[in-house]
Design a protein around this ligand. Structure first.
Ligand code: ATP
Ligand code: MG
Length: 316
């Protein structure tokens, strides 16, 4: 039995139009308090539009959004202060230093004096920028800029942290620093809602994900549940001789068989239960006297879930 956690954010039938274009087409979502929630989707899926509505930057055309049960609109100040937004585009002054930027944004959040200095030090520390805090941002790498963008969103200690593609365009080292920071904030009680098109990253981090495509939620669940229910594993097989018609017929009992090459020596079998299909496949090949040159098992993952739901690969 799943224990229901209190709701942090709830979307009910949310639609958003831009003129003729319906960018978000009726989204229902529930993000529990303490969740590390991933909004996954390709370019143009409606991720930024959805996050902007949750933060109250734009209004839904239809439907409603509740933050901890509160649906007042425009969002009351107290509700707004619970949210921290890290936007997809950098939002800071490039000629100022990190410290100057943080002081500026801190004052917008109503911080001042000792408390402001304390929060600036805290977020510089979290973003691992404390040693470069007095340099103009123009000197920063894109990973450092991403981290500063996050630091700004954390200044007022939001209970719900919303990040729009926080790991785009950063090197592997900055990326893992960012992800580790988010993981720690989440462990310490912050609800994290973030958008990404990196399925593999979301699979590792999130306890729940929603897959969105063309403004609709295609599925919501724990990544492991989605993979179990929807993702086919792919067995790639290379034979030493062409497959016989009989062999192909019996293989089709195990899953969907495709012959990607010009000859019948390379084939793929996709199956929802690859761990069952694999030994059977080996048995069939042996019984048919077909030598196996190469065998490769591609694990089911969120990429495969996306493919199963949309019929398309998710690529940058
Ligand atoms: N201000 C706007 N005016 C008109 N159309 C818009 C506006 N903002 C977004 N759109 C359109 O709405 C759709 C959803 O855009 P959105 O930015 O929410 O997608 P996204 O999932 O964030 O994409 P990306 O991964 O590229 O950031 C797209 O077709 C986009 O072109
Ligand atoms: Mg976006």
């Amino acid at each position: 039995m799943r224990v229901e956690t209190p709701t942090a954010v709830r979307l009910e039938g949310v639609v958003r139009r831009y003129g003729e274009l319906e960018a978000v087409r009726g989204i229902d979502l529930t993000i529990g308090r303490g969740d590390f929630f991933g909004l996954l989707g390709p370019n143009g899926a409606g991720k930024t539009t959805t996050l902007a509505m949750i933060c109250g930057l734009i209004d839904p055309t239809r439907g409603r959004i509740l933050i901890e049960g509160d649906a007042r609109r425009p969002l009351a100040g107290a509700t707004k202060r619970k949210l921290g937004l890290v936007p997809q585009e950098f939002a800071f002054y490039p000629t100022l230093t990190a410290r100057e930027n943080l002081a500026f944004f801190g004052r917008i959040y109503g911080l001042a004096g000792h408390r402001l200095r304390e929060r600036i030090d805290a977020v510089l520390n979290i973003a691992q920028l404390q040693e470069r805090d007095r340099e103009p941002i123009t000197h920063y790498s894109s990973g450092m800029k991403r981290r500063l963008n996050i630091a700004i969103g954390l200044l007022h200690e939001p209970e719900i942290l919303i990040l729009d593609e926080p790991t785009v365009g950063v090197d592997a080292q900055s990326r893992s620093a960012i992800l580790e920071t988010l993981r720690k904030l989440n462990r310490d009680g912050t609800t994290v809602l973030y958008s990404t098109h990196y399925m593999e990253e979301a699979e590792r981090l999130c306890n729940r994900v929603a897959i969105i495509d063309q403004g609709r939620v295609m599925a919501t669940d724990a990544p492991r549940e989605l993979v179990r229910a929807l993702a086919a594993g792919l067995i790639e097989l290379q034979l030493g001789v062409p497959a016989t018609a009989d062999f192909l017929t019996s293989l089709r009992q195990l899953g969907t068989v495709e012959l990607p090459g010009p000859d019948a020596m390379t084939l793929t079998v996709s199956s929802l239960q690859p761990e069952v299909a694999l030994p059977e496949l080996l048995g069939l090949a042996q019984a048919a006297g077909l030598p196996i040159r190469r065998l490769h098992l591609l694990e089911p993952n969120l990429e495969a879930v996306f493919l199963a739901l949309t019929g398309r690969q998710l690529r940058d």
